[in-house]
Each structure stands twice: as C-alpha cells, then as structure tokens.
Design a protein around this ligand. Structure first.
Ligand SMILES: Nc1ncnc2c1ncn2[C@@H]1O[C@H](COP(=O)(O)OP(=O)(O)OP(=O)(O)O)[C@@H](O)[C@H]1O
Ligand SMILES: [Mg+2]
Length: 208
C-alpha cells in the first residue's frame, strides 16, 4: 500500500480529537491528500456500533461484548475507509485504533492482551499504523478537560483506577513499540502540542 497511516492515541481527554484536526489541516494545507477519520466510528455501520458501545444505559454490557463490538466496528472501518484510502496513496489520520483496545479492554478491563490482539488482527487483517502519537496527560487532567463538556459516556464514567490502568497500558505499549509509537507530552497548550507532533512527523518522514 502506498499511503501513510497515522494514528493518535491516549487516555480520555488527552486532546486526540483536537490534535488530529490540527494535524490534518496542516498537512492538507501542505498539499497532502488527507483522510481524517475516527474510532469507534468512521462509517455508517461503525457509527451504529459506536452508539451501542458508548450508551450510558448499557451498564450490563459484558467485557467480551465490548471487545468484540470494538473489533467489529474496526473491521468495517478498515475495509470500507482505511484500506481503500491507503491503496490510493492517501495520508490517513485516525483518532484511536488497535492500541486503544489493548489499553482499554486489555489493560483496563483485564482481558488477556494476546486475546485482544488476536481479535484485532482478525479485524484489521494485520494492518498496523506507520506512526502513532500517544498523547499523554494525567488521569485527573484528562478528566478535568472532559468535565467541561456535557455528560460522560459509558467508558468515561468508569472510575479512576480503571483509567490509571489504561494510561499505564499505553505507556507499556509505547515501551514495547518504540519504533512506531511516539510519546507526546500533552499537558501543554494545544498549539505547542501540535508543534511537537508536526516536528516529529517531519523528522520521521525524512528518515523513513
Ligand atoms: N492542550 C490542551 N490544553 C487544554 N485543553 C485542551 C488541550 N487540548 C484539548 N483541550 C480541551 O480538552 C477537551 C478534550 O479535548 P479532546 O476532545 O481533543 O480530547 P480527546 O483526547 O479527543 O478526548 P476523548 O478521549 O474524550 O475523545 C476539549 O474541551 C479541548 O478543547
Ligand atoms: Mg476525542
């Protein structure tokens, strides 16, 4: 595949959605053909699955159901949006991907990491991002940022210990895949975070 696949990860409220937008705008202005997309969602089918997963009324959702729904949403997203865009040489920028499932359902919920990874290999056909920006803020800071928004979804409503496990899981992933995952300190003002990401991307492109 000739395109470039970039993902943004990190705990709730780290600034992923803010930064993917800034990143996509900047690269579009530079002449790149950018596709900006997000998980769970990115297609009509995936958006329906997303609302099932995040609905605060679904308190009884089993952990394995959550893993499989995320994977189902991702499979559709990969086949319908990501792979066709990469095949036509585009730069695909995605707000969350497989690392999020490993961090949230694997480390967060305590489901075996290799099983979450296996389900996701099936869902993605083995597609791995070319580079991943892991935006890191403390659990408290992420929570404070989201509090300003109206209402927390089912996952955001889980307690601090769960969110600490998720954050530690992301750190573990970054340590395991240093060639792909770049840790970004995201407690700075958004424009400074954007500069750090762009500087890394430029350096990475010239060396890849
Ligand atoms: N660097 C920053 N400093 C302060 N506030 C920020 C920063 N980046 C984003 N925010 C604000 O924090 C809130 C959360 O940001 P954003 O939605 O981008 O995070 P997210 O990681 O996508 O969250 P979620 O995990 O819910 O998807 C928003 O109100 C946003 O405006
Ligand atoms: Mg977001």
């Amino acid at each position: 595949m000739t395109g470039i696949f970039i993902t943004f990860e990190g705990p709730d409220g780290a600034g992923k959605t803010t930064q993917v937008k800034a990143f996509a705008e900047r690269l579009t202005a530079q002449g790149y053909d950018v596709v900006l997309t997000r998980e769970p969602g990115g297609t009509a089918i995936s958006d329906k699955i997303r609302s099932l997963i995040l609905d605060p009324a679904h308190k009884e959702m089993a952990d394995i159901t959550e893993v499989l729904l995320y994977a189902a949403s991702r499979a559709q997203h990969v086949q319908e949006v990501i792979v066709p865009a990469l095949q036509s040489g585009k730069l695909v920028v995605c707000d969350r991907f497989v690392d999020a499932s490993i961090a949230y359902q694997g480390y967060g919920l305590g489901i075996a990491i290799d099983q979450v990874a296996a389900v996701n290999r099936l869902a993605t056909g083995g597609l791995v991002p070319d580079r991943t920006y892991l935006l890191d803020v403390s659990v408290e800071e992420g929570r404070d940022r989201l509090q300003a928004r109206t209402g927390l979804d089912r996952i955001e409503q889980k307690g601090a210990p769960y969110h600490e496990r998720v954050r530690a899981g992301f750190h573990e992933l970054a340590a395991r895949h240093p060639e792909r995952i770049q840790l970004i300190h995201a407690s700075k003002p958004a424009d400074e975070v954007a500069e750090d990401i762009f500087a890394d991307f430029t350096a990475w492109l010239t060396h890849k």
